[in-house]
Ligand binder design. Structure first.
Ligand SMILES: Nc1ncnc2c1ncn2[C@@H]1O[C@H](COP(=O)(O)OP(=O)(O)OP(=O)(O)O)[C@@H](O)[C@H]1O
Ligand SMILES: C[C@@](O)(CCO)CC(=O)[O-]
Ligand SMILES: [Mg+2]
Length: 328
């Protein structure tokens, strides 16, 4: 068995706008997906993941290069659930020049699915790393990040940025603008994450923003303004000005909300954090439902979220310095 792990992430600034070439600053966090891979002697892909549960069904699927899985749930749900791993393995077959490679893939993850913490990127990065190594191919971190990006691009119908996958592959705080991806210095930030227990479909949310942006010039301006916030945020980060970072996070959330990607429970967690004295709070990732990230050096936000109806989990986010990690 070849195993790798990769971290999830939160966005300090810039999700969604980054898809249109604006900069973004995600930070890897110490919540990881671990993917174990065993090559098979046929071309079948079999995936085991206790986290892939749809409407109470735990799904275990066996896809092959030519077949669909045989599961008794709606096909769109199955496609959504298996798309990332399927496409990651397609990338592995291409980069290793082994189109008929088959695998037994086992996924364990501390990252809630579809909640804005980059579970897809972490699973994809760890899966590509483990599966290529299992076939005797060592990718550089840059090649791994590129293949992981191609995976998200394919699953999200041609609309993805390099931000999540680059951050998960390299760890740390990063800045991504188009194909320019780099590590940046970030002070130790008092990040608190609130999770409403829900999820959003990244592909659908990205498509919704694209539609607004195409239809209204003020939506396009909103996306450009998020870029301005990110640039200002970079200065605040460099200065270690945590109060300014918080104000900019608040503004970033407002613009994401205007673009239609927040929701009642995300807004309620954001307001609970602000009322508890957080320096700033915003949704993270694609939105819809899932997680917010707040900046608070005191325990107040954590306490407030813990008692907020509709907040299922709350935890401090420790930055992960290490990206992909070879486990065995
Ligand atoms: N533990 C897991 N086992 C199998 N597949 C997983 C697992 N975690 C994530 N995935 C895949 O990633 C998909 C969720 O990705 P999606 O991009 O919608 O959300 P996210 O990455 O968690 O959030 P965001 O992109 O907003 O940060 C799942 O539908 C599944 O295909
Ligand atoms: C919404 C988005 O910006 C981040 C999802 O975590 C999509 C992407 O960058 O591919
Ligand atoms: Mg994702």
């Amino acid at each position: 068995m070849t195993r790798s792990s990769a971290p999830g992430k939160v966005y300090l600034f810039g999700e969604h706008a980054v898809v249109y070439g604006e900069p973004a600053v995600p930070c890897a966090i110490e919540r990881r997906a671990r993917v174990g891979v065993e090559p098979r002697d046929d071309a079948t892909l079999r995936v085991h993941s206790d986290d892939l549960s749809l409407d109470g069904f735990t799904v275990e699927y066996a896809g092959s290069t030519d077949g669909k899985p045989d599961i008794d749930v709606a096909e769109s749900l199955v496609d959504a659930a298996m798309g990332y791993v399927d496409e990651a393995i397609a990338q592995v077959r291409e980069v290793t020049g082994e189109p008929d490679a088959g695998f037994e893939v086992t996924i364990e993850s501390d990252i809630p699915l579809g909640a804005g913490l980059g579970s897809s990127a972490a699973v994809v990065v760890a899966a590509i790393d483990a599966a290529t190594r299992a076939l005797g191919v060592e990718l550089s971190t840059a090649e791994l990040a590129e293949r992981a990006y191609q995976t998200e691009l394919a699953v999200q119908d041609g609309q993805a940025s390099r931000a999540d996958t680059f951050c998960s592959a390299t760890g740390g705080a990063v800045r991504v603008e188009g194909s320019d991806c780099r590590a940046i210095d970030a002070p130790d930030l008092p990040l608190v994450i609130g999770f409403d227990g829900g999820a959003g479909d990244t592909g659908a949310l990205v498509a919704g923003v694209r539609q607004l942006r195409d239809e209204y010039s003020f939506a396009a301006d909103t996306v450009a303004s998020i870029g301005d916030i990110v640039r200002q945020g970079e200065t605040a980060l460099a200065d270690g000005d945590v109060a300014e970072l918080g104000r900019l996070m608040d503004f970033n959330h407002g613009l994401l909300s205007a673009l239609g990607v927040s929701g009642r429970s995300l807004d309620s967690m954001v307001w609970a954090a602000r009322e508890a004295g957080a320096l700033g709070a915003k949704l993270t990732g694609a939105g819809g439902g899932g997680c917010i990230v707040a900046l608070d050096p005191t325990p107040e936000t954590e306490t407030a979220l813990r008692y907020l109806p509709g907040c299922e989990d709350v935890f401090p986010a420790e930055l992960a310095d290490e990206g992909v990690r070879q486990l065995e």
